[in-house]
Write a protein that binds this ligand. Structure first.
Ligand code: CUA
Length: 247
C-alpha cells in the first residue's frame, strides 16, 4: 500500500503487516473525515436560519444516517476481527523455534539498556540483584558455569540479519519501553516480568532503541542501538567478544 504516511524504513519481516494495518485504519479515518466534513458543510447550508425561521422539534426522519453508522460499525468489526486480532496473534503468539533463534536478554534501567547474550553454550548465566555493581549492571554471577561465556553490553545490541531474534525483555527499576521503529517493535519492559519479543531483521543497519515510556528525568537520553549485521559479521562479533572475555 502507498506509503503516504511517511513511515520509517521497514527493516523487519513483519513490518509490512503492521504498515498495512496502519494504512487501512488511516484510509478508513480519511473516508470518515471527508464524509463527516461534507455532512457538516451540507447541514450548515441546509438548516441555515434564513430558510428555517422556526426550529423543528421532531428532527431528522430518514434512515440514511442509521445505515451509514451501521456500515461504519461493520467495517470496524471486520478490521478488528480479520486484520488486527490475527496480526496481533502472529506477533505475540507464534514465538520462533528457540533452537533457530538468536536469544538475548535486554534489561532496562534508569537510563540504559543492558544486553545479555548467553554465549557459545546457549545458556544464560545466573543473575542476582545482590551482585549488581557499577561494573556488573546485570548482576551476572561469573562463578556460574553457564555464565562464563556470557557476553554483556550496554546500549549496543548486535544482531544478525534474516534470523529470528528472541528478546527477553525486563527491567531493573521502573517501566521502560523497547521501541524500535524501523523493526516495528514496541514492548513495555516491566519489572518482575520476562516478556518475549521477537522479530526477524531484514535490513542491515543501525536502528535506535528509543525508550517509549516516561521513566524518569533521564528518559530523554535513554537510547540504545540495534546493529543489524550480516551473518559473517555477527559471527565475527561473537568471536571477538568471546576473545575479550578470555583476556
Ligand atoms: Cu526508560 Cu524512558
Amino acid at each position: 500500500m502507498l506509503n503516504f504516511l511517511g513511515m520509517p524504513v521497514a527493516a523487519s519481516a513483519h513490518a509490512g503487516d503492521v504498515d498495512s494495518l496502519i494504512s487501512i485504519v488511516h484510509w478508513l479515518m480519511f473516508v470518515l473525515f471527508v464524509g463527516w466534513g461534507a455532512f457538516f458543510v451540507y447541514v450548515l447550508f441546509r438548516f441555515r436560519s434564513g430558510a428555517n425561521p422556526t426550529a423543528s422539534y421532531s428532527g431528522a426522519k430518514g434512515h440514511v444516517s442509521k445505515y451509514l453508522e451501521l456500515g461504519i460499525v461493520v467495517v470496524e468489526v471486520v478490521l478488528l476481527l480479520f486484520f488486527a486480532i490475527p496480526a496481533w496473534a502472529r506477533r505475540v503468539g507464534d514465538l520462533p523455534d528457540k533452537s533457530k533463534a538468536v536469544a538475548v536478554r535486554v534489561v532496562g534501567e534508569q537510563f540504559a539498556w543492558n544486553i545479555h547474550y548467553p554465549g557459545a553454550d546457549g545458556k544464560f548465566g545466573r543473575t542476582d540483584i545482590k551482585l549488581i555493581a557499577a561494573d556488573n549492571p546485570l548482576g551476572l554471577d561469573r562463578t556460574d558455569p553457564s555464565a562464563k561465556d556470557d557476553i554483556t553490553a550496554i546500549n549496543q545490541l548486535t544482531l544478525p540479519i534474516d534470523q529470528p531474534v528472541l528478546v527477553y525483555l525486563s527491567s531493573k527499576d521502573v517501566i521502560h519501553s523497547f521501541g524500535v521503529y524501523e523493526l516495528r517493535v514496541k514492548q513495555d519492559a516491566v519489572p518482575g516480568l520476562d516478556i518475549p519479543v521477537w522479530f526477524i531483521p531484514t535490513k542491515t543497519g543501525t536502528y535506535e532503541i528509543a525508550c517509549s515510556q516516561l521513566c524518569g528525568l533521564g528518559h530523554y537520553r535513554m537510547r540504545g542501538f540495534i546493529n543489524v549485521k550480516t551473518q559473517a559479521e555477527y559471527t565475527q562479533f561473537l568471536a571477538d567478544e568471546a576473545k575479550a572475555l578470555v583476556r
